[in-house]
Design a protein around this ligand. Structure first.
Ligand code: PAP
Length: 338
């Protein structure tokens, strides 16, 4: 889920211990004023190498201390616009199928009436000051979403045994999707032209950017701990969604039985969570999602085209080459290629 909002409650991360306590910012508003800032396309401040929405720091920073990973948690991590909504729907359908398997055909599956972004809560979408109480209350095993880079999550994510699925997407399509989303949040207008926004994106100045750093943190972790960190690509999921669903079920340690395969359950999950199905549902077409801090996002804005390669309809070939060159350079030597 993308972010929006503002506010300046007290900083509730660990209190400073050193002698420079007096110099520590007392509120998120104070902290923001000490950070490098960029305006233009979207207003951002740089915090621990990442560009973040200043109004959301009070939601983002506390996650590192407040989120207590459980061994059976499943964390669905994404950079913005990489297919979070789809991944949430798929993971929800796969992991709850014991409860709902009759419902795939019976038209009363929860995903037919609950937006996938609500079916799986986001770690950094909470009411400031109330911590992660709602997430703490969830019964195990929990499905949780996040756009936070790995380094802004607690180190216990690596030691608790919890599973992480990371979904990335071809950067040119990410930019185009983000461009439309940001414009949509502002009533169809952007404060800068597309080429200026693209220049910022290529500089790494986008919400939760640099995108390549976001990708690389999880990519390296997936290479180091493949049994606990699954790295997926949107384009591969689009090309063979049934295979992706089987991969996810196996990774979640709930593989499909022969009996389920025989009944076509993986295919049913793909159908239920398809762009065509989800985007047509009344529950996903109307109303707003509550971000927990007096801001809302229209439910329909999470469904635009759901296509691979839509960048060609919005960027010139030269712009495409520029994005390719930046990512080739930044990802060089990592083994991650687009
Ligand atoms: P978020 O970053 O705000 O959480 P996220 O769901 O990651 O949103 O991104 C939305 C993108 O996923 C949109 O891409 P587009 O702008 O290129 O069209 C949206 O259309 C796409 N999307 C949403 N649901 C699905 C789905 N079921 N299958 C495939 N793509 C989907």
């Amino acid at each position: 889920m993308a972010q929006a909002a503002s506010g300046s409650s007290k900083i509730d991360t660990k209190a400073p211990t050193s002698a420079d306590e007096a110099a520590q910012p007392k509120s998120y508003g104070d902290l923001v004023s000490t950070l490098p800032a960029r305006g233009g396309w979207v207003s951002l401040v740089q915090y621990q190498n990442y560009w973040l929405n200043p109004g959301r720091l009070q939601n983002i920073i506390p996650v590192k201390e407040l989120y207590k990973p459980r061994a059976d948690d499943i964390v669905l991590a994404t950079y913005l616009k990489c297919g979070t909504t789809w991944l949430k729907a798929l993971a929800f359908a796969i992991t709850t199928r014991g409860r709902h398997h009759q419902a795939f055909a019976a038209a009363d599956h929860p995903l037919l009436t609950v937006h996938p972004q609500e079916a799986v809560p986001h770690l950094e979408v909470h009411t400031p000051g109330q911590g992660l109480a709602d997430i703490e209350r969830l019964p195990s095993p929990r499905l949780l979403g996040t756009h936070l880079p790995l380094s802004l999550l607690p180190p216990a994510v690596a030691t608790s045994g919890c599973r992480v699925v990371y979904l990335c997407r071809q950067p040119k399509d990410v930019f185009v999707s983000l461009w439309h989303f940001v414009k949509g949040m502002r009533g169809g207008r952007s404060p800068v032209e597309l080429d200026a926004a693209l220049a910022m994106f290529c500089e790494g100045v986008s919400p939760f950017g640099p995108v390549w750093e976001h990708y690389l943190e999880y990519w390296k972790e997936s290479l180091a701990r493949p049994e606990r960190v699954l790295f997926l690509r949107y384009e591969e999921m689009v090309a063979d969604p049934v295979r992706a669903v089987r991969t996810l079920a196996g990774f979640f340690a709930v593989p499909f039985t022969d009996e389920e395969e025989g009944r076509g359950v993986p295919e049913e999950i793909v159908r239920l969570c398809s762009f065509e199905m989800l985007s047509g549902l009344e529950s996903n077409r109307t109303g707003d999602l509550d971000c927990g801090d007096n801001t809302v996002i229209g439910k329909s804005t999470f469904f635009r085209k759901g296509k691979v390669g839509d960048w060609e309809n919005h960027l010139t070939k030269e712009m495409g080459k520029k994005v390719d060159a930046v990512f080739e350079d930044k990802l060089q030597g990592s083994g991650l290629v687009f």
